[in-house]
Each structure stands twice: as C-alpha cells, then as structure tokens.
Design a binder for this molecule. Structure first.
Ligand code: AVI
Length: 322
C-alpha cells in the first residue's frame, strides 16, 4: 500500500517536472535525473565501458592508486558514506583501506533500491565492515548519517564520478555548501570531477559512434511515453551533444527532426515543436583543478590533496570541512 503511494507520488512529480520543462518559454528542458530509469541506468553502465568515454575508468584508476594515501590523511574513527553509490564498485579500495585500520561503517545513499541491493551484495566480502544502505535523496541520507555519529567519529563523504558536473552553476557550489552545513569541522569530502579536455574528445564521449549515448538520451522520451502516456515518435527526434564554451559544459539535447505536436496524457500537455527545436536534457560541466579548489573553499572546505589522471583528465579532491 505504502509502496503504491510512493510510486504514485513519484509519477506525479515526474509529470509536473515534464510539464514545467516542456511548457517553458524559450529553451525547453527536462531534468537529467529522469535519464536514469531501469533502462537508462543499464545504458549508462554501457556508456561507462565505451572506449570513447574514459571518465569512469579514470575515477577508478585514481581511487585504486591512492586509496591508502586518502585514508592515511584522515585519522581516527571514520564513518564512510557515499552520495549515489551505484553498485559500489568504485568504493571498494577506500573501504578496504579504512577497514584494515579498524571496523568501519559504510552508508551508501541511493534512490535506486536495486543499485543499493547490488552495492550491499558486492561489498559484503570485505572484513570488518558494516554496511547500512539508505534509500534516500543525497542530503536526507547525509543528515541521517550525521545524526547517527557517535562522539569523536568523523565522516568521510564520497561524491564520485563527477555527478557534481551535472548540477548547473551555481547549483554545484550550492550543493557543496549544503553538504558542508551538515558536516562538522574535521569531516571530509572526496570529490570526483571531470576536467577540461579537447572538444573533439568530449564530443566523441557524448556522441559515441555506436549510438549508446543517443539511446540513453532518447530513452527519456520513451520513458515519458511508457510512464506518462506520451506519444513521442522516437525516430522524429535525434540526439545532439554540443560543447558550450561559455559554461565549459557538454550539453545533451534532443532535436526535433520536423514540425510536430506531442501529447503527454498524464501531464495534460500538448507540446508544439518547430523543426530543429531542442529539448535540453543534461549539462556536464568540465572543471579546471583550481576551479574545484576555489569552489570548495567558498563552500567552507580546505583542499587537503588533489590527484589527477593523465590518460583522461579527471581529478579526485580530498576536501576537509573547516
Ligand atoms: C553521471 N554523469 C557524470 C555522466 C556525465 O558524464 O556527465 C552522465 C552521462 N551523460 C552522458 N554520458 C554520461
């Protein structure tokens, strides 16, 4: 009963967000969080394996190479928590390094129950670890972890994979500030952020020749058809990735191939499109190393260390709440 009520609430929120985004004057848009239903999450896993998309491999290389050093910089009794843990694969090295020191609690915070289950299963073999999955929005989950800490315990928050780059400016900085407000001085945040690189490399990564990213993007329209009774004709829209030099972000759009009107029953909406008009579906900001440090400092953190990958420019920044 409760599960049905939660599902109905989520559908209503989805319908309201679609209505707001598509009825907008000027640039139509849809929030990127809706890219990740069951199909979209699987497609994103495939994107992460593509040779053109080096982000996840760079994140993993850095964590594997520096986990011990990261952990050594944080002394005492540490609770580990992760915002958007996914299947937990990237967390293993840090968790192993912490648990070699003493028994460690790990709180993965995830809105996807299936990802949480996988994460708990995948990391269950590590000795001296207690895993408590929290099916919550990021900040709600972090508040809960903070409420559970015992005196003297420090929190290490992982926010990996450059999810921060999917928040537009200044939402990325505001989000760091909100994290900081929940933490105490001496707590820390390990932040993964994708760095600037040549534009042709970025466009290959976000418009891969196999068309997986195109399918990932178009699945958002398919999801609206499935869940909100929409009538998008998928072959009448095309995936578009472009680099915006002003915001230094890769933007994903869906471009209408012809003039058309789309109806979305559950959003009580009829949307006209001109030929070539786009729906903006995602922003992926590319940082400089100094930009991450400055943003963190403005949010109330000090940068203790930063590691970057040579093969695919990407940075892991260890930030301490001050
Ligand atoms: C999850 N996020 C960091 C990915 C990115 O690169 O911005 C999402 C993605 N979109 C297209 N490809 C990957």
């Amino acid at each position: 009963m409760l599960t049905n009520a939660i599902a109905a609430g989520a559908a209503t929120e989805f319908a309201a967000d679609v209505r707001t985004g598509l009825a907008k004057e000027g640039q139509k848009e849809l929030p990127s969080k809706y890219l990740y239903d069951a199909v979209g999450s699987k497609l994103f896993e495939v994107i992460s394996e593509l040779p053109e998309y080096g982000l996840k491999r760079a994140d993993e290389r850095l964590l594997r190479a520096h986990a011990q050093e990261i952990v050594q910089r944080i002394t005492g009794d540490v609770i580990l928590c992760e915002l958007g843990s996914g299947n937990g694969a990237k967390t293993r090295w840090v968790l192993e390094a912490l648990s070699r020191r003493r028994h460690t609690y790990y709180f993965p915070i995830e809105i996807s129950p299936s990802a949480l289950r996988t994460c708990q299963r995948e990391l269950a073999d590590i000795d001296s670890v207690g895993i408590v999955g929290l099916e919550r929005e990021y900040l709600d989950g972090l508040l809960e972890v903070a409420a559970r800490r015992r005196p003297g315990q420090r929190i290490l928050v992982l926010f990996l994979g450059s999810t921060i780059g999917n928040f537009s400016h200044p939402a990325d900085a505001n989000f760091l500030r909100e994290i900081r407000l929940i933490l105490q001085p001496g707590d820390s945040l390990l932040l993964g952020s994708d760095l600037e690189k040549p534009i042709h490399q970025l466009l290959d990564a976000y418009d891969d020749p196999l068309g997986v990213t195109a399918a990932f993007n178009l699945n958002l329209l398919a999801r609206i058809n499935r869940e909100l009774d929409g009538d998008f004709l998928l072959n009448q829209f095309e995936h578009l990735a472009r680099f915006n030099p002003e915001t230094r972000s890769v933007e994903m759009h869906l471009r209408s191939r012809k003039p058309q009107t789309v109806r979305i029953g559950q959003a009580r909406l009829s949307v006209p499109f001109e030929e070539g008009e786009t729906i903006w579906t995602e922003n992926s900001h590319k940082y400089s190393r100094q930009e991450v440090v400055r943003m963190a400092e403005r949010a109330g953190f000090g940068c203790m260390a930063q590691w970057s990958d040579r093969e695919w420019p990407f940075a892991e920044s260890l930030l301490m709440a001050i």
